[in-house]
Design a protein. Sequence first.
Length: 172
Amino acid sequence: MLSNKIQDALNAQINAELWSAYLYLSMSLHFQAEGRAGVANWFAIQFKEEQAHAQILMNYVNQRGGRVILAPIDAVPSSWASILDAFKATLEHERKVTSLINSLFALAEEEKDYATRDRLQWFVSEQVEEEDNCRTLIDKFSLVGDNGMGIYMLDNELAARTYTEPSPLAAQ
Ligand SMILES: [Fe+2]
Ligand SMILES: [Fe+2]
């Protein structure tokens, strides 16, 4: 059984993951409209990943006999000045998510809820990957700057990204 404190914190994290999904969907649509199909694809996959993150937590709450409460999802920005700007905003956002996960992990320890701590461990590693992917893309887009051919080639590279079900869902 989940304590109310942990259940509330998990519900808040579910909302944060869904907000992330909403943010990346907005970025995907923005770049689709701008004719950057590869970047749009990258963010569309990120949108799916964030939905999966929320799903992992929703499944977990129910598995522990808790209740998922779906709160409203706040509005997200709808335009970015450049691809580089969008990836910088993404990194900044993922850093915030990392600190949310860390706080949640600390709360689970404090409450001696080791099952929740164990579930969150996956998210701790996932955040390392999210921030690293983002930094790599920031480096690449910084390198090409305004060079049209460079942007065209990177857009093609991002078109190749495919979705992989995160392991906690794939295992179910
Ligand atoms: Fe996430
Ligand atoms: Fe990821």
